[in-house]
Design a protein around this ligand. Structure first.
Ligand code: TXA
Ligand code: MG
Length: 353
């Protein structure tokens, strides 16, 4: 990450305006929520979201939570079932995140949702978060404002020690009162607990008058440890597979580190120098002609979807360097290239993020 000066400013009308303007310009703004500090970016701007992943050094593209100013704004992003609406009306604004089917025309970009057809939505209650969302007027994605693998920040100081020089602005609104992330429920059919958080499961079950499912235990992973205030998926009673798809995979077969192209393949290029037989490609999309990883990340899911939409059977992917955002890009492509053992993908374990 190129170093740049990070401004730390106490919350005030002038700081809210500064936050609005930085978000509009594709910048990164950390701000307090009632749970933890979030690192915000314009959800519709894939390039800004790519910079956000780079600042956090996330080794993979976990989908992000879109924060909205109020329920009316949230309803412009996703399809609310009757139960989802009931939950939103009861617990918003507050520490509840709902994973819902993305609406057609939802402005949240492909990178923010990691190519999924669902979107996680939350209306925070912290007055500073609400002021920023109201001023910006559009959804803001905000993962916890820590570097990947570190604890979630509950003060501007924590954010500064992790992200100074990597982001544009830190809005200091004092300590986050809850200090624990939002509870995440998927409401895509049956209501399922995806991440335990600030609202206990029992509270939700009592409110709904029935038990909620819990996501299946995470698959073994070298770094699936939780207990850092950041959850992956919870363990517990099983739910039907397929409800919890957490990673987009294209229909087409993916061939990584391709240095040649077979007739009829699509070519997912990177950089200015194409394979000698690139003319064989049925279609070519270049993630970044300049070989720039932020641009490549911003284009990744859009291009995979475009190739799937064109009905290609095989995608030859040129080598992409592994450093910086290249790690997350290659991680995503590797998962997409792996043979499918299951008809549907279920949630993968998540590292602290
Ligand atoms: O309290 C919070 O929720 C904080 C504050 C800043 O709002 N945010 C937060 O974001 O914890 P993050 O990115 O650290 O965690 C988001 C979680 C991830 O585990 C991600 O996998 C899950 O939400 N998630 C997001 N979109 C999803 C989707 N469409 N389907 C399944 N899981 C999703
Ligand atoms: Mg996090």
């Amino acid at each position: 990450m190129p170093a740049s000066a990070t401004v730390v400013a106490r919350a005030s009308p002038a700081t809210i305006e500064r936050a609005r303007s930085a978000l509009s310009a594709g910048g990164l703004v950390a701000f307090p929520t009632e749970t933890v500090y979030g690192l915000g970016a314009d959800a519709a701007n894939d390039r800004a979201v790519a910079k956000l992943y780079a600042a956090k050094e996330r080794p993979s593209f976990n989908p992000l939570i879109a924060h909205a100013a109020d329920l009316a704004a949230a309803r412009r992003l996703a399809e609310f079932s009757a139960e989802a609406l009931k939950l939103a009306e009861a617990f918003w604004p507050g520490p509840l995140t709902l994973v819902l089917p993305k609406l057609r025309g939802c402005p949240v970009g492909q990178l923010a949702t990691a190519g999924l057809d669902t979107v996680a939505v939350r209306v925070p209650s912290h007055p500073v978060a609400r002021d920023i969302l109201a001023a910006f007027g559009r959804p803001v994605v905000a993962p916890s404002a820590n570097r990947s693998g570190r604890v979630s920040p509950t003060s501007a100081r924590h954010v500064e020690s992790d992200l100074a020089g990597r982001i544009d602005l830190i809005v200091d609104g004092g300590a986050s009162p809850l200090g624990l992330e939002s509870t995440i429920l998927a409401c895509c059919g049956r209501t399922v607990l995806l991440r335990p958080g600030a609202i206990p499961r029992e509270t939700i079950e009592r409110f709904l008058g029935h038990d909620i499912g819990v996501a299946p235990p995470a698959l073994p992973s070298p770094a699936s440890g939780r207990g850092k205030g950041e959850g992956g998926t919870g363990g517990g009673r099983p739910v039907a597979p397929g409800m919890l798809i957490s990673h987009y995979a294209p229909q087409a077969h993916l061939r990584m580190n391709a240095t040649s192209v077979s007739p009829g393949e699509a070519l997912l290029a990177f950089g200015a120098t194409l394979p000698h037989d690139a003319g064989n490609a049925r279609m070519t999309l270049n993630l970044s002609v300049r070989g720039e990883l932020v641009e490549a990340a911003a284009n990744l899911f859009n291009y995979l979807r475009e190739m799937d939409g064109a009905g290609v059977d095989s995608i030859a992917v040129m080598p992409i360097p592994g450093e910086g955002l290249g790690e997350a890009i290659n991680d995503r492509l590797r998962h997409a290239a792996a043979p499918r053992h299951h008809a549907v993908q279920t949630t993968r374990p998540q590292r602290a993020s």
